[in-house]
Ligand binder design. Structure first.
Ligand SMILES: Nc1ncnc2c1ncn2[C@@H]1O[C@H](COP(=O)(O)OP(=O)(O)OP(=O)(O)O)[C@@H](O)[C@H]1O
Length: 251
């Protein structure tokens, strides 16, 4: 089942098209790593697809009424700062708002989703902490937990691993992969090609306004693509632990 489709999708920022005539469909169970050098349009694609930015062409998400969109897609933006001095539990509870009628209090199913999201991000001991008093990486984990608690068929995340320590990066990628394996669609922009190769079921590479490559990691991360798009050479191997991609140098 397709959770998300873009057709003839173009986005202008300033006088130029950043994305031109993109066609992309993401199905249930896919964990898509959205790759591309700085400025390739990864954030633009996700924000415009969600209807947060004007675009031409069609996005099945932005076509939905706002309330329905929030039940279909959770969004984790690149900026990870939490603005209000409220508890971690209250921040994560905000993820349940799309499922509540106006003025309705969270019920048993909401509490269960909140508890599960806190546990997935290793935040049970942080419940009552004031979110603004946490470290940058801890705040990032709280916002990821909020997106998980939203419990939507689609999860879109802009550089979710940025700022996390190695154990929490791996834990996060395990979590996102598990969400996809359970039938959700996950789209995450990533700069870490190693994490992308290891965890994503599919990589979509944006470059020069279009899709330069789209497929399983081992088919996408070729020496030619790495040199042409990323200007790097890398060690890429299939191992018992999955594909490994370690950048080695600039070409
Ligand atoms: N307000 C703006 N006006 C004009 N151009 C913009 C504006 N915002 C972004 N851009 C340009 O749009 C292009 C795509 O930006 P975008 O943030 O989507 O890239 P990205 O792939 O997410 O980059 P990064 O990896 O650096 O986060 C960039 O060239 C950027 O300079």
């Amino acid at each position: 089942m397709s959770e998300f489709t873009l057709s003839d999708f173009s986005v202008a920022r300033g006088p130029c098209d950043v994305l031109r005539d993109i066609d992309l469909t993401v199905g249930a169970g896919e964990f898509v790593g959205l790759l591309g050098p700085n400025g390739a349009g990864k954030t633009t694609l996700m924000r415009a697809a969600l209807g947060m930015m004007p675009h031409r062409g069609r996005s099945t998400l932005s076509a939905l009424p706002v309330a329905e969109r929030a039940r279909r897609a959770a969004w984790l933006p690149q900026a990870r700062e939490i603005g209000w001095p409220i508890s971690v539990e209250d921040v994560v509870t905000l993820g349940r708002l799309p499922h509540l009628a106006r003025g309705q209090k969270p019920g048993g199913a909401d509490r269960a989703a909140i508890d599960k999201a806190l546990a997935r991000m290793g935040l049970e001991g942080f419940r009552t902490r004031i979110a603004t008093q946490l470290s940058g990486g801890e705040q990032a984990r709280v916002l990821i937990a909020r997106a998980l608690a939203q419990d939507t068929p689609l999860l879109m995340a802009d550089e979710p691993a940025a700022g996390l320590d190695p154990a929490h990066q791996l834990g996060l990628m395990d979590t996102l992969a598990a969400e996809a394996a359970r039938g959700r669609s996950v789209i995450a922009s990533l700069h870490d090609l190693g994490l992308a190769a290891r965890y994503c079921t599919r990589l979509v590479v944006l470059w020069q306004g279009g899709i330069a490559a789209d497929g399983p990691p081992q088919e996408v991360l070729t020496p030619d693509l790495l040199a042409r798009v990323f200007q790097i050479r890398a060690y890429v191997r299939q191992t018992d632990d999955g594909p490994i991609c370690q950048p080695l140098g600039v070409v």
